[in-house]
Design a protein around this ligand. Sequence first.
Ligand code: PXP
Length: 246
Amino acid sequence: MQTPSPILTLGVNIDHVATIRQARRTVEPDPVTAAALAELGGANGITVHLREDRRHIQDRDVKILRQTVQTHLNLEMAPTDEMVAIALDIKPDYVTLVPEKREEVTTEGGIDIVNNFERFKQVVETLQEADIPVSWFIDSEVEQIEAAAKTNAKFIELHTGQYAEVSSEEELQNELDILCQGTKEAITLGLRVNAGHGLTYRNVFPVACIEGMEELNIGHTIISRAVLVGLERAVREMKLAMRGQL
Ligand code: PXP
């Protein structure tokens, strides 16, 4: 019998509330209101990705969320000078560093720390000197996990995109093993481990059961369900799914 990680929490990514707003360049729906409703539904944290092209979340949203979020605010961003300056100003509870390409529909894979090591280590140092813990969004590969640890970051977020795209039971088990192995290695190196990307009500439970897993960052599937049943209920149901009770 699989049991969920006892320390597991849910970070709700509200980017796609802003996507709907930006489709009309209007003021509704407001991601700030969405964050409050997600918290009422049981979110343990709120995640937003401030993209270079500002396609969904805007600077104004992050500024207001910093003041209104009652749980913790995780700012996802690319490790660029512009974003580092914004993070230093806003001081989120932690930052998750992600790769970013303008043409992509969504984040397409983990960031490559190995081949950008010196520059990325400096980014971690700058943020953590300002008391902003850093998490690296990476694929579950030994070299990237070791490089993340060497930057002195506090967390990694394992990319679950490949896991989410499997088409057979065998592939699913294989991807799950890769995630379990990565989690174990990271914890041995002193890192704390989150995961996310492409997780849904249907596929979340096995990832929730990975020993030592701390936080799952989930967005699209929750906002999609929220359109139909409301955000509080969608978040509550995700928490049930994480416990295998939905
Ligand atoms: N984690 C990271 C680093 C992401 O970039 C995203 C997507 O913005 C997510 C988690 C959430 O992914 P999804 O919307 O597929 O749940």
